[in-house]
Structures are given as structure tokens and as C-alpha cells.
Design a protein around this ligand. Structure first.
Ligand code: GDP
Length: 706
């Protein structure tokens, strides 16, 4: 079967924005105009196509990223070739940055939507920085031009100043606020206007109105300068005063956009249906196709070798499961095929589980229906039904293995004890949490073997709130939860050498394991290391593994308050053994004892998650906000001004941020807002450590009975 749509006419794009900027509305309109959404769903009546999780609609935030496929002909001309646009939805709330990162990995380009009144808001900055990290080419849509106070040029300045982007206007607005009528297309130097706000209203293309001609000429000049930044040949011709065709301008802008040297900016209003068609044309003109971006890299298993996989239908299969959704039809696994062709019935290998499996049904998600397809070709996105995998898994040719880069998962900083309201639901709860954590790698689930207590851990209070809510709605499991707790960690801060000896003589064969180990703090974030430097066989090689296992087991319940221990290096350098009595268990126990005894004397510290917090507040509340941050053990890192509001940047321990949303609201009569994301782990002050140790009841070891 030949390809229906050639690869150069495929676009995988995401729409990223601060919450409320209009991402959902813009997506809705795109789906409408691409003809696949026959009935328009407004956000307020909860019919939005991409918001198919009930709860998202209630909260008004898009939690999950779904991928929707649509088709578009440039300038809606019948003779234009069909392009396929896959839209990967991204969430707008900062608690879900993991979801944003996940979608940024699989998309090739992004539209950033801004509120024409608010301009660049904190979340747009966060996401912009994430997109920088993944080198995603972007264009900007300044939305809500119909709102009172909307200002396209101010927004352009903010994109330049705040985001340090080479923003180039491709359109300028005609009219403003309630009289917003359309825009001047600076490429063709024409006015595009709509006669009504109705959805589906057609636009007309006319000459630029006299009162805008001067401004249009000025901005066209700026646009041509932008093209020159991207293309030397263009620059030369520009300096010589040459004339440019539409194609030349588009080609130069495209080149600049793909290289992230130019960010094309458009204006419009999704809600009032102005500018969406132009935006779609621009996706085709300026956003990369799968072959315009660098080929994905992966690691060949068992080696450190990196290889890339070109977007080629005939290449070896390499696909990434980037999103898992469980709904009433079962599990849907959204995959992006980077190379090769993923066919129905084909046998593939899941590189995480090592399992071989067969691809069952494959579907494409359209605005209003699912379409069964036979295959997903290189560079395309679709969903497999019932595939046994988790978010982030690589699927590949069993004969041609590769592991695509794993995703950056932030640590789970908040934990919550959870139990079913009715005892009979224990198993249902376990199954549901299992499914949810496959969907969401930033959700961790743990059951304490001794107490049988289940805890869930995640990126913030809201993240876990939503999980609890989903348990109820989607899985019908009502739960009781404890108070959210901070996920502390422990570490050591000085070097220590320690002996560990495990010896038992109870008639018959005894037990004997004896080690000398060195424990050292390692770089924050470096994790845990284990080495051996045994000379002369004082501890036989066959027990090294057991010693390592013991060390790692000891790390799971920490030194002072029972939290996991991180950033420690252990070296096994001496010990002794007994010909008959030594076995793996004995050496494991000896290692556990060495760590527990040693770590206590190695200046242990408790670490707490520190959050980067940004508060946007009216000036009159600023003093209050700062005083409050200080009283929460926070440190103000800087202050700024944004659209008439003050911005306070601070680093605050997560422990003192519970309930902050409410406090801030009452402190500022609801006028201030904040965002928060994980920054790093820091040692807690001694007085706080004492409280934490006391609350934990301390750590009691009972090694002998294990
Ligand atoms: P999201 O949070 O970014 O997905 O934003 P939504 O699409 O849900 O939009 C947030 C609110 O802004 C909703 O009430 C929309 O109706 C409204 N909105 C979206 N686009 C526009 C626009 O172009 N003009 C106006 N006036 N309101 C808009």
C-alpha cells in the first residue's frame, strides 16, 4: 500500500499556552475548519472534543494530551494538495509539566497561544523554556484580539523581551477590541476581514485600508529584515533593494522558523472565528515536517552506542508510546512511529518489559470519530488498542533493537496515604492505580508490606487530587485519604568507614558475613553508586552482588526518619568469610548493618523538596506576599513587573506550601495568582529536622530477625 499523504505533507504539532489563553478554543476551531468537527463544542458547555475526560471539563484544564488528526488544504483551494496535521494536545497547568514534556518530545513544531490582553504569562514562559530544551520550532498566535485591552504589539514586545525570541509579525490587526475585524497579511500585502463573528463565516481579501498602509509597510519591512536574519542570500538581495515573491518570503521564513531563528507571529480570535484558517495555512508553510527535524536518537541495548532512526517507511520499526489513556473502550496507547511502518498484526518488542507482542487494532483519532487503520507509517501518530505497555516505552523491531531516549520525569514530591472506603474495593483500587500509573509515569504507587498501607506519590497536591478524583469517576472507587505529606529524602554529608558483621551459631550450619565498607556523599542528584576494591579475595566475588543488594535495601529506609537515602557512594574494600557458614544472605545482612551503623555517624541530613514559586500580585499586596513567603522559610530571588502587576520569584520549601492557593487568595482578595514547580532538594534546618524525626517516630532497626 502506498502512502496516502507524502511525509513532507505531514505536520505533528502541539498547541501550548498558559491556562485560559484559548488553547482549547483554538483546537476546537481548527477541528471545525478542517471539516472534521461538524458540530462545534464550546468549552463552557463541556462539548470540547479534545477535553474528553469529564473532569478536565469541570476543572477547565486539559490534563491529558490526546492526539487528533485532521486534514487541510492550503488556502482552502481545491487544487492544493491535502496536508495531514496531527495535533498533540498539551496541558496548561504547571502541576502537569511532565505531560507537556511528554508531548514536546513527540511533536515537531508548536503553536504558542497567547491571550492578547495578558500577553506572555508565567506558564507560557515555563513551557517556552521546555520547548527550547527540546529545540522545538515555534510560531505564536496572539488570541483574544476582540477582548478589551488586547494589544498585539505589546504582546510582540513581550515575546521578544521575556522569551528572548526573534518574533516577526506576519500579520497586523485590523480594528481592535469589539471592532476587531481581521488582519493585514504582510506576506501578500492584503487585508483579510470577516463580516461576522459566526463560526464558519468566510473571509474576504481586499486592499489594505488607507489608514493602515503606512503601518503595514513598516511591519512588512521588519518582516523582511527577519527573513534576512534567517537566510544570507535573502539578506543580500534585501540589501540591494530587490523585490520578493510570496514564495521567496515564505521559504525564508520557513527556513528561519525551522532553525528557531525566527518566530512568526499572527493575530486573531479563536472564539470569534477570525484568523484560524490563516493559522492553519501557516502551520503548513512554517512548521516542520517529520523529515525537517533531526532524526530521533536512541541507545542500542547493552551498549552505550547511540544511533539515529530516520523517518523512513522502510526502515526498522522504532516507535514511542507517549500517552496511555484508559477509557470505556479499554486501553489506548498513543504512539509516534519514528521509523519503519507499524502494521496491524506485526510482531514488535517492548524494550522496557522485554516482551514481544503483536499489534492489534490501530486507530486514528479524529475530532468526531475513531478510524481503524492498517498501519502507522514513519512520522505519523495513531493509537493502538490494548497494547501491553506504559507511557514512555519504546516499541521496535525484535531484530533491530533500540531504546529511544527516556523522558525526564520530575521527582514525586508529595505523598498521600490512600485506602478504599469499602474494604471490598481493595483489589479494585490496586488495579485502578496500576492503570493510572501506566498512564502517568510521574505517579508512584507503593504498598507497605508490613502495614499494607498504600501510598501514592506525585508532583503536587493538585496532581494527587486529580488522581483521587479519577479513581472515583473512572474506576468507581471511593477512597479515604490522609493529609498530603512531603516526600523527604535523606543523605550523608561526611565520609565514614564501617565494619558490618553478621554471625549466627545455632547448632548445625551457621551464618557468617563480614564486610568493611566506605560510605561517601556524592554529588546532589547523582543517585547511588556501589563499587568494590577487594584485594586478595577477603570477600569472594560471588558475594559482591549480595553486598550491593544489602546496601541498596538499606537505602530504602533512611537513617534518621525512615525516608529513602540518596546521593551516597559505597565501596566494599575488605572483610572476611567462612568456608561453610558464608552465604548470600549473610553478606547482604552484613552490608545492611554496615550502612545503618555507618550512616548514623556520617553527619546525616534530611533533604526537602524546594519549589520554584512565582507569584503575580497587585502592587498593594506585594509587601504582604513577600512577608508571607519569608515566613514560609522561602527566599525571594527577584522581583519583576508584568502588565501592571508585580512578579515575585521565590524558592520555598514544599512543606510550607500546602494550602497556599487559599491563603494567597484571601490575602489578596483573589487578585494574585501563582505557579510552582520542583526546583531541587536542600537540607532542612536542624530545628525542622528534629520535628520531622519526631513525627516519624525515629528509625528502629531490627536486623537480626530478618
Ligand atoms: P485554555 O485553558 O487555553 O484551553 O483556554 P480555553 O480555550 O478554554 O479558553 C478560556 C476562555 O477564554 C474560555 O472562556 C473561552 O471561551 C475564552 N476565549 C478563548 N478564545 C477567545 C477569544 O478569542 N476571545 C475571547 N473574548 N475569549 C476567548
Amino acid at each position: 500500500m502506498a502512502r496516502e499523504i507524502p511525509l513532507e505533507r505531514v505536520r505533528n504539532i502541539g498547541i501550548i499556552a498558559h491556562i485560559d489563553a484559548g488553547k482549547t478554543t483554538t483546537t476546537e476551531r481548527i477541528l471545525y475548519y478542517t471539516g472534521l468537527s461538524h458540530k462545534i463544542g464550546e468549552v463552557h458547555d463541556g462539548g470540547a472534543v479534545t477535553d474528553y475526560m469529564e473532569q478536565e471539563q469541570e476543572r477547565g484544564i486539559t490534563i491529558t494530551s490526546a492526539a487528533v488528526t485532521c486534514q487541510w488544504k492550503r488556502r482552502e483551494e481545491a487544487s492544493s494538495p491535502v496536508h495531514q496535521i496531527n495535533i498533540i494536545d498539551t496541558p496548561g497547568h504547571v502541576d502537569f509539566t511532565i505531560e507537556v514534556e511528554r508531548s514536546l518530545r513527540v511533536l515537531d513544531g508548536a503553536i504558542t497561544v497567547f491571550d492578547g490582553v495578558a500577553g506572555v504569562e508565567p506558564q507560557s514562559e515555563t513551557v517556552w523554556r521546555q520547548a527550547d530544551r527540546y529545540g522545538v520550532p515555534r510560531m505564536c498566535f496572539v488570541n483574544k484580539m476582540d477582548r478589551m485591552g488586547a494589544n498585539f504589539f505589546r504582546c510582540m514586545d513581550m515575546i521578544r523581551d521575556r522569551l528572548k525570541a526573534n518574533a516577526v509579525a506576519i500579520t497586523i490587526p485590523i480594528g481592535s477590541e469589539a471592532d476587531y475585524a481581521g488582519m493585514v497579511d504582510l506576506i501578500r500585502m492584503k487585508a483579510i476581514t470577516w463580516q461576522s463573528d459566526e463560526v464558519g463565516a468566510k473571509y474576504t481579501v481586499n486592499d489594505i485600508p488607507a489608514d493602515l498602509q503606512e503601518q503595514a509597510a513598516e511591519y512588512r519591512e521588519k518582516m523582511l529584515e527577519g527573513c534576512s536574519d534567517a537566510d544570507d542570500d535573502f539578506a543580500e538581495k534585501y540589501l540591494e533593494g530587490g523585490e520578493f515573491s510570496e514564495e521567496e518570503v515564505i521559504a525564508a521564513l520557513r527556513k528561519g522558523c525551522l532553525a528557531s531563528k525566527v518566530v512568526p507571529v499572527f493575530c486573531g480570535t479563536a472564539f470569534k472565528n477570525k484568523g484560524v484558517q490563516f493559522l492553519l495555512d501557516s502551520v503548513i508553510d512554517f512548521m516542520p515536517g517529520p523529515r525537517d527535524v533531526e532524526a530521533i536518537q536512541g541507545t542500542i541495548p547493552g551498549t552505550e552506542n547511540k544511533e539515529s532512526r530516520e523517518a523512513n517507511d522502510e526502515g526498522p520499526i522504532a516507535a514511542l508510546a507517549f500517552k496511555i489513556i484508559n477509557d470505556k473502550f479499554g486501553q489506548l496507547t498513543f504512539v509516534r512511529t519514528y521509523s519503519g511502518t507499524l502494521k496491524k498484526g506485526a510482531s514488535i518488542k517492548n524494550m522496557r518489559s522485554g516482551k514481544k507482542m503483536r499489534i492489534g487494532r490501530i486507530v486514528k483519532m479524529h475530532a468526531d470519530k475513531r478510524e481503524d487503520v492498517e498501519e502507522v507509517r514513519a512520522g505519523d501518530i495513531a493509537a493502538c488498542i490494548g497494547l501491553d505497555c506504559s507511557t514512555g516505552d519504546t516499541l521496535c523491531d525484535p531484530g533491530n533493537e533500540i531504546v529511544l531516549e527516556s523522558m525526564d520525569v520530575p521527582p514525586a514530591v508529595v505523598t498521600l496515604a490512600i485506602e478504599p472506603k469499602s474494604k471490598g474495593d481493595q483489589e479494585k483500587l490496586g488495579l485502578a492505580l496500576g492503570k493510572l500509573s501506566r498512564e502517568d509515569p510521574s505517579l508512584r504507587v507503593r504498598t507497605d508490606e508490613e502495614t499494607n498501607q498504600t501510598t501514592i506519590a506525585g508532583m503536587g497536591e493538585l496532581h494527587l487530587d486529580i488522581i483521587v478524583d479519577r479513581l472515583k469517576r473512572e474506576y468507581n472507587v471511593e477512597t479515604n485519604v490522609g493529609k498530603p505529606q512531603v516526600a523527604y529524602r535523606e543523605t550523608i554529608t561526611s565520609n565514614i568507614e564501617q565494619e558490618g558483621k553478621y554471625k549466627k551459631q545455632t547448632g548445625g550450619k551457621g551464618k557468617f558475613g563480614h564486610v568493611w565498607m566506605r560510605f561517601e556523599p556524592s554529588e546532589p542528584g547523582s543517585g547511588v553508586e556501589f563499587e568494590t576494591s577487594i584485594v586478595g579475595g577477603s570477600v569472594p566475588k560471588e558475594f559482591f552482588n549480595a553486598v550491593e543488594k544489602g546496601f541498596k535495601e538499606a537505602l530504602t529506609r533512611g537513617i534518621q526518619a525512615g525516608y529513602p537515602v540518596v546521593d551516597v557512594k559505597a565501596t566494599l574494600y575488605d572483610g572476611s568469610y567462612h568456608d561453610v557458614d558464608s552465604d548470600e544472605i549473610s553478606f547482604k545482612m552484613a552490608s545492611i548493618m554496615a550502612f545503618r551503623d555507618g550512616a548514623r555517624r556520617a553527619s546525616p541530613k534530611i533533604l526537602e523538596p524546594m519549589m520554584k514559586v512565582e507569584v503575580i500580585t497587585p502592587e498593594e499586596s506585594m509587601g504582604d506576599v513577600i512577608g508571607d513567603v519569608n515566613s514560609r522559610r522561602g527566599q525571594v530571588a527577584g522581583m519583576d513587573e508584568r502588565a501592571g502587576m508585580k512578579v515575585v520569584n521565590a524558592t520555598v520549601p514544599l512543606a510550607s506550601m500546602f494550602g497556599y492557593a487559599n491563603d494567597l487568595r484571601s490575602r489578596t482578595q483573589g487578585r494574585a495568582t501563582y505557579t510552582m514547580e520542583f526546583s531541587h532538594y536542600d537540607p532542612v534546618p536542624q530545628s525542622v529536622a528534629n520535628d520531622i524525626i519526631e513525627a516519624s517516630g525515629g528509625v528502629k532497626y531490627d536486623v537480626d530477625d530478618e
